[in-house]
Design a protein. Structure first.
Length: 420
């Protein structure tokens, strides 16, 4: 927008002999050059895919190279389709970088919140397990593609389900999006955006899955044993996701909505009533109160000045969990912990914030009988820290260092500074 040029022209000027796609940090929009658009089959007559927008030049009607939400996802699926070399690169990255970094920061359980089965992500996890290379308990959230035929996708997802309680690796969650994000003006809102980046009249966001379709997914896949991990940011998107869980789910499900940036007050109590976990991320700056004035320019002041209402949800009896949304935000839990305590008026107490990172998260992962608290008979997933979180200034919590990390009593990380 600042350059007053179409992204496709900027990219074509730089690279014209092969397809190029550039993803921004949140993954909710992409730039694609002409070669890439041709490979996708996107032209002036192509309708918007479900959950996405192909932005087009106002004069010519041709795609301008900016793909929003699922339109961009479809481009990335093409660019990142699985090959033996890419799968090996993913494996090497996990073994040499990601898993050691998790251990260094005291992370012993993770949810892979968006495992694209077309890109071979489940196979990478299975290989890590086979090679005894896992240093975390991992729950894989299998991606539900909104553009796919439902029955065919149900069959595929059911074939990938695995839930051995004695394994470090389980594939027992489904990840999908209810809506987009506010900065793209695609989070599903009650009411219209104050500033509409997309140039669409009365824009109130979009849906990857309608409420009815989402309820059907929950109904069909919960029977197999899947829990749902639903991206829901706008108040309309959150309301519809709660409705879908109420319509399609049962008391067996341990479903959660994640992000929860703009929650209608009428829906706050529904989380506890429906046993839906409120999964929030506060490690990033974009939901911190200091950022609210900027958000007000997009979504309006009333919605912007209560982003991620973790205290309201917690006070209403919701099970609140705190997570990272890495790589959008830092995965260091101590940064998230500090921010959870310092984002008044929507802040948590230290005991509640620690529970959100530990026992509450263990419940969502269906492992609260094994880990999540220090109790006789549970697995020894333990950390040794360089300072007592209860005996220090809140502003210093983010600087906490992990000295030692144990998984089931086995050391997976030891700091050079730890002398014991």
């Amino acid at each position: 927008m600042e350059a007053q040029r179409n992204p496709v022209d900027i990219l074509d000027e730089a690279v014209s002999n092969r397809a190029v796609i550039v993803m921004e940090q949140t993954s909710h929009s992409m730039w694609v050059n002409s070669k890439g658009l041709a490979l996708l089959g996107f032209n002036k007559n192509t309708p918007n895919p479900v959950g996405g927008i192909i932005m087009k030049d106002e004069v010519t009607g041709h795609p301008n190279g900016l793909l929003i939400d699922n339109a961009g996802e479809m481009a990335m699926h093409l660019a990142m389709k699985t090959t033996p070399q890419r799968r090996q690169n993913d494996y090497d990255g996990m073994v040499n970088h990601t898993l050691p970094a998790f251990a260094e920061h005291g992370i012993t359980s993770i949810v892979d919140a968006r495992a694209y089965w077309r890109r071979g992500h489940p196979q990478t996890w299975l290989q890590l397990e086979k090679d005894n290379a896992l240093t975390v308990r991992a729950v894989v959230g299998l991606w539900a593609y909104p553009e796919d035929d439902d029955d065919a996708q149900f069959k595929k997802l059911k074939s990938l389900y695995r839930n051995d309680p004695n394994s470090l690796l389980r594939m027992n969650q489904i990840k999908l999006y209810s809506d987009g994000i506010p900065v793209n003006t695609t989070a599903a809102l009650n009411g219209s955006y104050v500033f509409d980046m997309l140039g669409q009249p009365t824009n109130n966001g979009l849906n990857y899955f309608t409420q009815t379709r989402l309820a059907n997914y929950i109904n069909v896949l919960e029977e197999v044993g899947f829990d749902f991990h639903i991206h829901a940011i706008g108040d309309r998107g959150i309301h519809e996701a709660l409705n879908a869980i109420e319509q399609g789910g049962s008391s067996k499900g341990r479903h959660r909505l994640t992000h929860l940036e703009i929650v209608d007050k009428k829906d706050i109590r529904r989380f506890a009533q429906l046993n839906v976990t409120a999964d929030c991320q506060v490690a990033g700056d974009f939901t911190h109160p200091s950022h609210w004035p900027e958000m007000a320019k997009v979504i309006g002041s009333k919605k912007a000045h209560n982003l991620v209402p973790i205290k309201s949800l917690n006070d209403a009896g919701a099970r609140v969990t705190l997570s990272s949304d890495w790589s959008v935000s830092a995965f260091n839990p101590f940064i998230g912990l500090q921010n959870a305590l310092t984002r008044a008026p929507q802040n948590l107490s230290l005991p509640d914030a620690l529970a959100a990172y530990t026992i509450n998260s263990a419940y969502v992962m269906r492992q609260e009988q094994v880990v999540g608290s220090l109790e006789v008979g549970k697995e020894a997933d333990l950390l040794v820290l360089d300072q007592n979180l209860f005996e220090m200034e809140v502003e210093d919590i983010g600087h906490t260092q992990v000295l030692q990390t144990l998984l089931a009593g086995e050391e997976v990380y030891l700091s050079e500074d730890f002398d014991y």
